[in-house]
Design a protein around this ligand. Structure first.
Ligand code: GLU
Length: 287
């Protein structure tokens, strides 16, 4: 591999079985890595201590091997890197770019419902009205000392002021690249650390893409809006911005996103039913 070769990653969360949508993403990452003469790493995104299951990690690795996909060692397991995420979070806190939020989900819903305009973030969740951003420093400190459960939110406006302008990223599609202007403001004061762990999907993904020297991120379109926030976090943390390709999603016959909760067949179900890896590849358009 050349020193400047492309590095991609496939980053499943072990909170369900892999389905055809995952297979498509994994195969596309592998294919593009090969075309670019680079490699694709595997990252297990298991920050959720309740939903992530060790036996699902094993099943993911087995499903991928069955599809013919193997990955360089070491495989990164996010749950083993909480100290690094905590340190990264602390850098944002120290610069006054993140604040603790003590509001429960119910309180946030009620606050949003009470406001005249009720803007939603790209995931359809009401934007946080900023209640805890306005807390008196002494009260905030006292609640932290008391150990009151809290998330950490990015102060979106302060972060944008600090990041400066021209936020965006290069999107690639085959040989074509285009500049995409990022609009992180649509996420408001996003949660960057959950109550139970010192990180969130957004913070860990940005941290790890840099840590693993990822040059090209290939993932589903359902994660495209999140890239705006990732670009902002990269700028704040002085991390490089990879190129991105957000691929179309594999939908079920009703046009819905595949999900085990909607009864989509897992790769393990398909394997049990006698479907071969070659048939899966052909069905997903890979030679
Ligand atoms: N862990 C995420 C998922 O399974 C993917 C994250 C990413 O590719 O950025 O949906």
């Amino acid at each position: 591999m050349r020193p400047d070769a492309a590095i991609l990653r496939f980053a499943p969360s072990p909170n369900g079985w892999l389905h055809l949508g995952h297979a498509y993403s994994a195969l596309l990452n592998a294919e593009l890595a090969e075309q670019m003469g680079g490699l694709c790493r595997l990252r297990i995104e298991d920050i959720d201590p309740v939903r992530s299951k060790p036996d699902l990690v094993e099943a993911i690795v087995a499903d991928l091997a069955w599809l013919g996909l193997t990955y360089p060692e070491p495989v990164r397991h996010q749950s083993r890197h909480m100290d690094s995420y905590r340190a990264t979070l602390q850098r944002l806190i120290d610069r006054g770019l993140a604040y603790p939020c003590f509001c429960s989900r119910g309180q946030i819903r009620a606050q949003a419902a009470a406001s005249a305009d009720n803007p939603l973030d790209p995931d359809g969740v009401p934007l946080y009205p900023g209640t805890c951003r306005l807390l008196e420093p002494a009260i905030r400190a006292e609640r932290l000392v008391r150990g009151e459960p809290h998330t950490w939110r990015l102060d979106g406006a302060a972060a944008l002021r600090c990041a400066g302008n021209a936020l965006g990223y290069e999107a690639f599609d085959g040989a074509d690249t285009r500049w995409v202007t990022a609009d992180p403001a649509r996420w408001g004061d996003a949660v960057i650390a959950r109550r139970d762990v010192p990180t969130s999907y957004h913070l860990s993904v940005v941290h790890d893409d840099a840590e693993q020297e990822i040059t090209h991120v290939v993932r589903g379109r359902d994660l495209e809006a999140g890239t705006d926030l990732h670009v902002l976090l990269q700028r704040l943390l002085g991390l490089p911005t990879p190129r991105y390709h957000h691929h179309a999603l594999i939908l079920d016959p009703d046009g819905d996103k595949l999900a085990k909760s909607r009864g989509s067949q897992s790769l393990a179900d398909l394997r049990q039913a006698g479907v071969t890896p070659e048939q899966i590849r052909a069905r997903l358009g890979f030679a």
